[in-house]
Design a protein around this ligand. Sequence first.
Ligand code: ADP
Ligand code: ASP
Ligand code: MG
Length: 808
Amino acid sequence: MKVLKFGGTSLGSEGSIRQVRKIVNSNGFPVTVVVSAIGDTTNELHKLALEAKEGSSHYLNTYESIRKRHEELSNNLCGKVIVELDEVFGKLLRILEGVYLLKELTSRSLDYILGVGELLSSLIIAAFFDSDNSRAKWFDSRSIIKTDASFGEANVLSDLTAKNIRAISKDFKAINVFPGFISGTIDNEFTTLGRGGSDYTASILASGLTADLLEIWTDVDGIMTADPRRVKRSRTLNTVSYEEALELSHFGAKVIYAQSIAPVFSADISVKVKNTFKPDEEGTLIASGNSNGGLIKGISSIDDISIISIRGNDSRDKRNFFPRLFKSLADNHIEIVFMTHSNAEYTVTMGFKSKDAEDALNSLKAEFSSSEDGTVIRPELLEKGYSLLALIGTQMKDQIGISGTMFNVLGKNGISIKAISQGSSERNISAIIPKDDLNKALNVLHESFFLSEMIRLNLFIIGTGNVGKAFLDQLKGQFKYLKEHHHLNVKIIGIANSRKMAFQKDGIPLSKWENHIAEGEMFSKEGFLEKMDNLNFRNAIFIDITASEDISNLYTDILRKSISVVTPNKIAATKSYDNYLELKEVSRKYRSKFLIETNVCAGLPVLSTLSDLIRSGDRVHKLEAVLSGTLNFLFNEYDGSVSFSNVIKKAKELGYTEPDPRLDISGEDVMRKLLILIRESTYKMEMDAIKINSFLPASCLTSSDLDDFYSKVEKEEAYFKSLYHASIKNKSRLKVVASYQDGVGKVALQEVDSSHPFYNLEGKDNVVLFYTDRYNDQPLVIKGAGAGAEVTASGIFADVLRIAQSDN
Ligand code: ADP
Ligand code: ASP
Ligand code: MG
């Protein structure tokens, strides 16, 4: 015979109860069926009890609505309101009146009230099943499953219960319906087996009846690698051992109640967890010997944990400390969910479900403050707002690196670990983390332990101008390739321009980002930051594709949240040296990356190469570079036939200049790039220490706007012509050269002759020469296109991939 248990989630409506009947009928008879309360009834009964206790007459409305729902259900399923309901509701109302009048809710009355849900559902379902060929029978679990009088979560009297089950099995019909969750004392008082306890009822019956199989029917496909409500990409486990199932549920996997494992385990009865709404899915088999070689099976969590730390400051009675601690908690029926202790400091940190924390604190205070033997406990500390998460597997201690990986991924995502412990069963490693970070932690751990083949990157982008558009286009073009070849699933979670911003948790479709922005909300940098912060995504990258100082001022805060920053915006890295060091320091401390490859020479791998040199111990002695694609383009293009000011306009149209070309032409942009090169070469330098010989005539150094600038340059055409002709005469070419040596950085227009490596530099190309310990006589040369939206976008892309592929 099989025992089938249907949870509240499978009994939420008339339609689902009809579906349950189909499942029951598809089995052989006789069959035992255990049912929970309908839908969310137990929670509503709890609310009802509290309303009555608080003296709120609203309890009568809640009562009526529960009554009405059950009567309607009975009517629809059985064609009438079955008579038994009247008696149950009548008694419930009398108890509630007592609670209301006395304003007192004992645990005894609460158990009575909560248990009504299962009583009602089982009576209706038994009558419904019976209306089909009179082959169903209802059994009162309260007179069969016997417990002590620990209301709230009673302890089962196993021998007596087993005897009762054997006795009633003689009266079985084809379908035998039992209310789950409820039980009774020897004196026939109403008790319950604890929240979620219907699974336990089913397991006790399966064991007592030596069933062939216990089936737990619920609303998910089985036991999954993580709670699917929190981790969307969790997947169903085909098999788990009893021990693993116990461990998963103990640490919060609600899909099966922890207590329910023991009875079936000792009777060696297998359990199947299946989805009522997808009965053809295989589900999960819990059975012995099902461990698959010590892999991690799943991740569980308990939402609301409070921590109590206590510290003894007199060690005279060390031996008695722990016995007293455990006894005081046990006497008050308080479970310690998590515990670590330090022998040296004599400190114990304990995690409790938050509902138990105040009681735990009080019982510890009572125990230790009345101490007469000299043991004194320093002021106890109760901290709220934590969650516990646990990695569950088998023989975890034999698997090197699990806790290392766990620390690493949590750290990388800015999640601080309050405490960590490895269970002596070697089946779990658990950690206490801030509650707000739980979803992020579960997802990031799930990704690294179960889906290591696919990593999700969550991008937040500000700036959709030329470069921004090119980047988004490249992303769209590469999306599939990244998935297939780099196992990266890149999502844009937030995107903004200077006017609007849009967010979507599951990712903004790459082909529709323009529509999303158009329909988005007003942009504000505070709003963007707040949204990004609240979403609290793992593997998050902030990409600033603006030239805005305001936005660059946000980086330190963003890096502090362990969100990496990628940007072609040079402002942040070229402010004061202290500011630059702070950015580096914050990114090191919070393990977020600050990648600015595109600050120098657009997409050319200049800074990454420099960083590799420095990390491997090389030292830069001298730098020489043409760092402005714009200026190189201007002087290459200019031959006096078209005026210099028109060549500037052309460069702007082609997207080779900064949004304001004066930044290029004044040399300021080159100075910034040189400054970054010097700083990244580990030398201290400030912007105003860089020497510049401007090639612009004095009249062009100030201008009210861009048009004013163009007309001033136009007026100086003769000067530009003379520069050009002088260089031709000297068989040279004009280059704006940036250099650094012996602590001096400078930028100047130079004539270079054909023997110079810069002579042949074409179009908008850039070149950097590094003279280092290793590249002494022959410099390391990096040369190529150094301006343009496409190449800059590809440099941003490369930084994003670098973050995805880094392991620290
Ligand atoms: P029932 O009413 O059937 O007893 P529960 O709500 O008690 O259902 O348990 C099912 C729920 O357990 C699922 O909806 C799911 O959100 C949650 N759950 C938590 N952890 C897991 C897990 N590892 N695998 C499957 N479900 C889980
Ligand atoms: N109905 C009870 C509860 O919600 C028992 C159960 O569903 O298992 O806790
Ligand atoms: Mg349940």
